[in-house]
Design a protein around this ligand. Structure first.
Ligand code: IFM
Length: 527
């Protein structure tokens, strides 16, 4: 590969990518942020009259999302192999409360009940993930038909209920046997992942037509191999860089393999994204915010659409260290049929290029919460923080609804009005059944979270963004990775002892919004 051309052609993606003062609502922290459409009592909140007027287009796909390890349970049923998450949770001291996903919500056995709940909530799209070790217990070789059968049954139940099955091929549960062969830093995994995707297309492609290779690939690489915050818990920057490139290649392999196996397949993504605002007006912080956007938001999107990585780096991109080879641009290319990304919160970014970098950090849901002196890594040289200007959820994430508008409009502009799906979005609040009201769950803060964020999404649609779907995270309270069961994101409450499901007030509210396409009178403010 011509390294200079590879770099030069990537610069455009990063240049001007930071949200800067005067762009939509955004402003630097130094400038005090910027004003929204009217005065707000709560920083970052949208005015009530805008919420009341919000309308979603006819046919908009209202959905909810989950992930295999977080909801399925049945960790060793029907020939399933061990995943890195099985290994991690079975290791004492790793997960808060010492809990595991061995049972989780037991959706593997209770999926019919869950599909009935989705129907009751008027959902039209269910984003779930397939557990790779259920299909290939050691990550390679012949498929385990019992594992495939489970996903056939799930997809059939969804189709019967008029709900689109939306499949993420990989939401973090790597077969342990592949980690033992080096994990994502091993380039061979791209080929194995392509074979796995081909199996999915061949056996499930008659039922499932909406696919995304990876959930949050940047997090897979960074949290797993640089920060050591998620399994396999390595703290090696070289491994992080290699994992990035294997994931980029694997995305391309999966795209080609599923399309070759299933003529009906459409392929998109489920990237983590957060709008990045520079901390100050300085050129250095604005450039750092652009690097954040290039690395965290569009690194893999740029690879898929253009066969090159967005330039997220200070100085010469470390392509040698990433293991990039001549001709790889053809393998990276995987033009997406639609662009899927999550929205939870925003980031304030500053330049860390004059500081020394150290590894380590922890997982805060969507992003590294690294407090190390030197910023996150020696390549992007950024410090990305989550401000606390807006209110915080119980999971500790700042509520900043206008970030949804800024992010959707930024992707709309940069990628020339792609079809967009919001693949995850939601607030973690710990509301429990209220005994005095027959076990009702009045999670009004979650309703407020959705009202505000969805109003901002409606505003982006009104301003020309082609958003066709929104998936609430999550359908069910579930296993929240290293936080165990101490965070709740569901529209439906789960009692993890009895596995009883109870629709929360937010679930009823969301169901009314899904039926009416309105936030005002369709889903009223209380329950
Ligand atoms: O639960 C996670 C999900 O698996 C990935 N995105 C963020 C969610 C909330 O932390």
């Amino acid at each position: 590969m011509n390294r200079r051309r590879f770099v030069a052609s990537s610069v455009a993606a990063a240049a001007g990518a930071a949200l800067v003062r005067g762009d939509a609502y955004a402003g630097s922290v130094e400038s005090g942020g910027a004003a929204g459409p009217s005065d707000h009592a709560v920083p970052g909140a949208i005015a009530e009259d805008v919420i009341q007027k919000a309308r979603f287009p006819e046919g908009f796909l209202w959905g909810a999302a989950t992930a295999s390890y977080q909801v399925e349970g049945a960790w060793n049923a029907d020939g399933k192999g061990e995943s890195i998450w099985d290994r991690f949770t079975h290791t004492p001291g790793k997960v808060r409360g010492g809990v595991t996903g061995d049972v989780a919500c037991d959706q593997y056995h209770l999926y019919r009940e869950d599909v009935a709940l989705m129907k009751r909530l008027n959902l039209k799209s269910y984003r779930f993930s397939i557990s790779w070790p259920r299909i290939q217990p050691t990550g390679t070789g012949a498929p385990n038909m019992k594992g495939l059968d489970y996903y056939k049954r799930l997809a059939d139940a969804l189709l019967e209920a008029g709900i689109r099955p939306w499949c993420t091929m990989y939401h973090w549960d790597l077969p342990q046997a592949l980690e033992d062969r080096g994990g994502w830093p091993n380039r061979e995994l791209a080929g194995y992942f392509g074979e796995y995707a081909g199996i999915l297309g061949k056996h499930l492609g008659d039922r499932i037509t909406t696919w995304a290779p990876f959930n949050m690939p940047w997090a897979v690489a960074y949290m797993g191999y640089a920060a050591g915050a998620l399994p396999p818990c390595r703290t090696s920057f070289p491994d992080f860089l290699k994992a990035l490139h294997t994931l980029g290649l694997a995305q391309g392999e999966a795209h080609r393999a599923v399309k070759a196996a299933s003529a009906k397949a459409t392929v998109g993504s489920a990237y983590e994204m957060a709008p990045a605002y520079p901390k100050t007006e300085t050129e250095a912080d604005r450039a750092a915010a652009a690097r954040y956007h290039a690395m965290n938001n569009v690194f893999f999107l740029e690879a898929a659409m253009k066969g090159r990585y967005a330039n997220a780096f200070v100085g010469e991109p470390p392509y040698d260290a990433m293991g990039v080879r001549p001709g790889d641009e053809k393998l990276l290319l995987a033009p997406l049929d639609w662009v899927g990304f999550h929205f939870y919160t925003r980031r304030i970014v500053s330049d860390a290029s004059k500081e020394r970098s150290f590894g380590g950090g922890s997982f805060g849901g969507t992003e590294i919460e690294s407090e190390t002196a030197g910023g996150r890594d020696p390549y992007t040289k950024i410090r990305a923080g989550m401000p606390t200007e807006g209110p915080l959820t119980d999971s500790g994430m700042e509520v900043w609804p206008r970030g949804m508008y800024d992010l959707v409009m930024q992707i709309t502009k940069e990628y020339d009005h792609p079809i967009i799906e919001i693949t995850e979005s939601g607030g973690g609040y710990l509301d429990e059944p209220y005994a005095k009201e027959n076990g009702r769950i009045p999670d009004t803060r979650r309703i407020q979270w959705f009202r505000q964020v969805l109003a901002e999404l409606a505003r982006a649609i009104a301003d020309g963004a082609k958003v066709r779907a929104y998936h609430a995270w999550s359908l069910l309270d579930n296993f929240q990775w290293a936080e165990g069961y101490t965070e709740r994101y569901g529209l439906v409450h789960v009692d993890f002892r009895s596995l009883q499901r109870t629709i929360k007030d937010s679930g009823y509210w969301y169901g009314r919004v899904a039926a009416s396409g309105r936030l005002g009178d369709g889903g009223n403010r209380g329950q």
